[in-house]
Design a protein around this ligand. Structure first.
Ligand code: NCD
Length: 307
């Protein structure tokens, strides 16, 4: 059974195939409108989410399928003490595919080990968020025409930002990448990502606290919010939350073909004055995410012999 728990579960060739499918859906959505007729996606969201959950739901509806599920742990049997393993076994009797978000790192993996249907990790704690990475990769490919030979700046909460961890891991497989890691001292990229992904493959990176000074060399700027829910105390959050705010003035030194991405939700990291700048890609990224989730659902259901 194929699942998507970690972005490395898919080869670069498979990611390319998914992006090609997403491109095809984008060009001719009508062709796909009935492809999942009678199939059910279960969205098991043990942690709040608007975008990702609704993106999965919209994706399944646009494929002609149905959606069942819950959007908070309180309304599931987890509140009665049910294990993730048992929930996965139960839902396997009701649905054809699962999208799971959970505050605990590794929970979707446990689900995958116990389910008899494909499981998609829709975000596990501060760990990974591979379907956001699918949206990010597709956005970069559409904006830059390639995924190699890019200088990618990631800015904000690189410690708790799971989208950052998955994106760096995914991009590490393309040639000629360079990373500029921009964060406050306290929110630096975890050393396991630096060691296992960047240093292990000899990928050049710099760590800095300086956004403005880094901007001129970037092809991609990936802004992130400070992850309030993963802080141990509110004071630290309040002190760090506005560390970086991208404004039109700061953008002056940036390349004219820079692509600015953000997984959203945005808090203060990007001034709304930038939204109309042609370099702002974050709302397109949301749309591309839906198409990538459609492509992913199709692929996993086919591989599971359910389509
Ligand atoms: C991200 C997440 O949940 O990690 N949001 C999303 O899925 N688009 C980013 C975030 O919450 O900051």
């Amino acid at each position: 059974m194929r699942h998507l728990i970690d972005i490395l579960d898919f080869s670069p060739a498979e990611l390319t195939a998914l992006m090609d499918t997403a491109e095809d859906i984008l060009a001719a959505p009508g062709k796909y409108a009935e492809t999942c007729r009678g199939k059910k996606l279960a969205t098991l969201f043990f942690e709040p989410s608007t975008r990702t959950r609704l993106s999965f739901e919209a994706a399944m509806y646009e494929l002609g399928g149905h959606v069942i599920g819950f959007s908070e742990a309180q309304s599931s049997s987890a509140s009665k003490g049910e294990s993730v393993a048992d929930t996965a076994k139960v839902i396997s009797c009701y649905a054809d595919i699962i999208a799971m978000r959970h505050p605990k790192e590794g929970a979707p993996l446990v689900a995958a080990m116990n389910a008899s249907i494909p499981v998609i990790n829709a975000g596990d704690g501060g760990h990974n968020h591979p379907t956001q990475t699918l949206a990010d990769l597709f956005t970069i490919r559409r904006e830059k025409g390639r995924l190699d030979h890019l200088t990618v700046g990631l800015c904000g909460d690189l410690k708790f930002g799971r989208t950052v961890h998955s994106l760096i891991t995914a991009l590490s497989r393309y040639e000629g990448l360079k990373f500029v890691l921009i964060s406050p001292e306290e929110l630096k990229l975890p050393s396991y990502v630096k060691k296992e992904v960047l240093r292990a493959q000899g990928i050049p990176y710099v760590q800095t606290t300086d956004l403005e000074g880094s901007l001129p060399e970037l092809d991609i700027l990936y802004m992130t919010r400070v992850q309030r829910e993963r802080f141990f105390n509110e004071e630290d959050y309040l002190r760090l939350k506005d560390s970086y705010i991208l404004t039109p003035e700061k953008l002056r030194g940036a390349k004219s073909d820079l692509a600015i991405l953000h997984p959203l939700p945005r808090v203060n990291e990007i001034s709304v004055a930038i939204d109309d700048d042609p370099r702002a890609c974050y709302f397109k990224q949301v749309l591309y995410g839906k198409y990538m989730r459609m492509a992913l659902i199709l692929m996993l259901l086919k591989e599971a012999g359910r389509l």
